[in-house]
Write a protein of this length. Structure first.
Length: 424
């Protein structure tokens, strides 16, 4: 971990200097105007957070450290984590060191298995994941060193320690949750010869490792790694972490937000809708049939799952990456064929309605069909996959925030009466 820590120390020192210059020269400058509508709409579109790990321009989609996500699909998640932290891709030596670090830290305390065993059999997989994560809080390096009087300039180092431990353990914990919750057999042992995502695929034990499943898991972990800091999970985690709660507390808080149907549950809902549509039509529906279904859905004032996005105004490049994978690995799969037909039909229907700002698919419109193809069909587990991947970005954001010395997040709220007067 020496190379990563040295590189990150250089990056953080440079950025601290840049931010000091920005605030000294322009700290009083107005950078945005807030409307009453934005206040009422959950602070939508208000520029008020600092995040360098990634950005989401409405006309481009996810950009990770200056790189369009579509250009990063051949990278390993370990490389993505290094990129998120430093802004640079790791060299061979840096990558090997980070992979070795994850393998060294991957042993999970036995009490975690006892905690999971104590939960009711019908516990939701996300509840199981967050319970396991919180149970490891006594292992927090940050909490222990803070209690010992750790200097502020070392906060990021202790947060990095917690992040590496959490990320290293995530695949084994998440995989056992799948196998236990859905009665897939005993816990499997890690394969030290595999990379982080491929080992997760191996530990799940739901697909042939000689097929495309390991590659899909690598792709999934990369595509879901980060999405700037204004989404529910990232912002929640950042808010909790800004109070100097350690990563076990703050990441768990963020992932609890990810479990909501308006956030991480979306891929589950998309696959459910696809399966119901296929059942309705007795197989793969035609473009014409889907067009009619979409028109009826809009008329009933309901949404087509997987279409539209709070920020994007183009087809999600992550959806495009999944479609490319599907065409290469499972083009004959009926559910994937349905995904393609929906993509051909639905945007044309949505474009006919001026109030719909984004008729294009988001990442969730395709991901579930690919997971189901490889035998991972338990849809209420899908958010756990999302959480394992998003942990990369949330942890990276926390390390950087502590390295920059960012203060506690504390916006000011207003009353309805205040807003009424302000708008009169």
């Amino acid at each position: 971990m020496v190379r990563l820590k040295d590189k990150l120390a250089q990056v953080l020192a440079k950025q601290r200097q840049e931010l000091q210059t920005i605030l000294k020269d322009g700290g009083a400058k107005t950078v945005d105007q807030v409307t009453a509508e934005q206040i009422f709409a959950g602070a939508r579109g208000i520029h008020s957070l600092l995040c360098d790990t990634s950005s989401v321009p409405p006309d481009k989609g996810l950009i990770v450290r200056g790189h369009p996500i579509g250009d990063l699909t051949d990278l390993l998640p370990e490389e993505i984590f290094y990129l998120l932290l430093t802004g640079e891709r790791p060299g061979k030596a840096e990558l090997e060191e980070l992979r070795a670090e994850f393998q060294r830290r991957g042993k999970t305390p036995n009490y975690v298995w006892s905690v999971l065993d104590a939960l009711p059999d019908d516990t939701h997989p996300m509840c199981m994941l967050n319970t396991a994560l919180l149970s490891m809080q006594p292992d927090s390096v940050f909490a222990r060193r803070y209690e010992d009087g750790m200097p502020k300039d070392q906060y990021w180092e202790a947060t990095l320690e917690d992040a590496l431990n959490i990320i290293a353990r995530m695949p084994k914990i998440a995989a056992w949750i799948y196998r236990k919750r859905f009665k897939k057999g005993p816990r499997l042992d890690s394969d030290p010869n595999l990379d982080w995502a491929a080992n997760y695929a191996h530990l799940l034990g739901c697909a042939d490792m000689k097929g495309g499943f390991p590659k899909l898991m690598r792709l999934y972990m990369v595509l879901h790694c980060d999405h700037e800091s204004g989404n529910v999970s990232a912002m929640t985690a950042a808010t909790v972490n800004s109070a100097l709660s350690d990563l076990y507390f703050s990441l768990s808080a963020g992932l609890n937000g990810l479990a909501g149907p308006l956030h991480g549950l979306a891929n589950q809902e998309c696959l459910t809708w696809l399966m119901e549509t296929m059942k309705k039509h007795g197989g793969v529906p035609t473009v014409e049939q889907i067009t009619q279904d979409a028109e009826e859905t809009i008329a009933a004032k309901r949404v087509v799952p997987g279409y539209g996005h709070a920020v994007l105004r183009v087809a999600d490049p992550r959806f495009t990456a999944f479609v490319k994978f599907g065409k290469e690995h499972c083009s004959d799969d009926p559910v994937f064929k349905t995904v393609l037909n929906v993509f051909e039909a639905v945007p044309k229907v949505l474009m006919q309605h001026p109030k719909i700002k984004n008729p294009w698919p988001n990442v969730d419109a395709a991901s579930g069909s690919l997971l189901a193809h490889y035998g991972l069909k338990e849809q209420n587990y899908y958010t756990v996959l999302f959480a394992v991947s998003r942990s990369l970005g949330i942890c990276a954001q926390a390390i950087i925030a502590r390295g920059l010395g960012q203060p506690i997040i504390r916006p000011t709220s207003v009353t309805t009466e205040w807003l009424k007067k302000a708008c009169s």
